[in-house]
Design a protein around this ligand. Structure first.
Ligand code: HEM
Length: 205
C-alpha cells in the first residue's frame, strides 16, 4: 500500500463517522420524531425547512453529498478488490466482514433510490415532504419492506463500522478491548434498529 493509498483509506474510514455517521444518527432521530405523532414529525420537517436555503444546500453538498459520494464510490472500489483479508478473522468476525460488504451494497442501491426519489424528484419537483406524503408512500408494502431493509442495512453498516473504525485507528488494540467494542456496536445496532423500525411503522399507523 503506498502512502497515498494509506491516507485515502484513513479518510474513507473517518468519513464513515464524520460526517456521514453523524448525519445518519441525526436522520434517524429526525424521522423518529414521528413516534410522538404526525404533528411532531411535521414540526421537525418545519424546523429543517426554516434553515436558510443557501445554508441548507451548502450543508447538503459539502457535509452530506460529497463525503457520501467519496465514501460510497471508494467503498465500492475497496469491496470489489479481490485481496480482502477474510481469512485473518475468526468465524464470527468473518461473517461480520461479509455483512459489512453486503450492507454496503444494499445501502448504496437504497440511497440512490431514496435520495433520487424523495430529495430530487419529490422535493426538487416542488412538493413539500410531510407526514401525509410519507404515509401514502410507505403504505405500499413493497416500499415499506425495502425501506425497512435499507434502514437496518445502513444501521448495521454504521455500527459494525464503528467497531472496525476503532481497530483501523488503533483505538482498540487487544482482543479484550475489541470484544467490548464489538458488543457495544451490537448493542447500538439493536437500539437504533428497534427505534428506527418502530418509527417506520408509525408512518403507516
Ligand atoms: C449510510 C451511509 C454510510 C455510513 C454511515 C457508512 C459508515 C461506515 C463506517 C463507519 C465504516 C468503518 C470504517 C473503518 O472500518 O475504519 C465504513 C466502512 C466501509 N464502508 Fe461505509 N458507510 C456508508 C455507506 C457506504 C456505501 C454506500 C458503501 C459502498 C458500497 C460503503 C462501503 C464501505 C466499505 C467497503 C467499508 C470497509 C472499508 C474497509 O474495509 O477498510 N459504505 N462505512
Amino acid at each position: 500500500m503506498s502512502n497515498t493509498d494509506f491516507y485515502i483509506r484513513r479518510l474513507h474510514s473517518l468519513s464513515g463517522i464524520v460526517p456521514i455517521g453523524f448525519f445518519l444518527l441525526e436522520h434517524i432521530f429526525s424521522i423518529s420524531t414521528v413516534i410522538a405523532g404526525p404533528a411532531a414529525f411535521d414540526t421537525t420537517v418545519g424546523h429543517l425547512a426554516a434553515i436558510p436555503h443557501g445554508l441548507l444546500v451548502t450543508l447538503e453538498i459539502f457535509a452530506i453529498a460529497i463525503p457520501l459520494l467519496f465514501h460510497g464510490l471508494y467503498g465500492a472500489y475497496i469491496a470489489l478488490q479481490a485481496n480482502n483479508n477474510v481469512g485473518s478473522y475468526g468465524y464470527a468476525r468473518n461473517r461480520q466482514f461479509w455483512l459489512q460488504r453486503m450492507s454496503a451494497w444494499y445501502t448504496f442501491a437504497f440511497l440512490i433510490w431514496h435520495v433520487g426519489y424523495l430529495r430530487f424528484m419529490v422535493k426538487g419537483g416542488g412538493t413539500p415532504i410531510n407526514y401525509a406524503l410519507m404515509h401514502d408512500y410507505l403504505s405500499n408494502p413493497i416500499v415499506f419492506v425495502l425501506y425497512a431493509i435499507g434502514l437496518v442495512a445502513a444501521i448495521y453498516h454504521f455500527t459494525n463500522g464503528l467497531f472496525t473504525f476503532c481497530i483501523t485507528w488503533g483505538i482498540t488494540v487487544g482482543p479484550r478491548a475489541q470484544n467490548i467494542a464489538n458488543q457495544a456496536a451490537w448493542g447500538l445496532f439493536a437500539l437504533l434498529s428497534v427505534v428506527g423500525l418502530f418509527a417506520l411503522t408509525r408512518y403507516i399507523a
